[in-house]
Design a protein around this ligand. Sequence first.
Ligand SMILES: [Zn+2]
Length: 125
Amino acid sequence: MAKAVKGPRPKHVPMRTCIACRQERGKRELVRVVRTPSATVQVDPTGKLAGRGAYLCRMRPCWEQALQGQRLSVALKTTVSAEDLATLRAFAATLPETLATSSGRSATGPSGARAGDRSQRNIEN
Ligand SMILES: [Zn+2]
């Protein structure tokens, strides 16, 4: 009864690369954009839609970069229609300027320079 003992399996975190900044991040930190079988391009918040996917950081600059050039089209091997582009732009507009580190995770090192204070702007609405 020599049953093979499974070693402690390393927790496998799927990594994906942002198509704009090329930063490798955990899948959940990125937003998936998918080209659906019906050839539309849309945001896939669940990451479960069928089709060819591309990943972008949850911050506006990466989206703007990807939507401005051909990056998204190249990554998805399709031409993003003006309509889909508008939808993606609208989604991008809801994203923060920088990656907001959500609560619970402290991924930054101890010697992080605190440079954010001056750039803090009041949002007038
Ligand atoms: Zn990025």
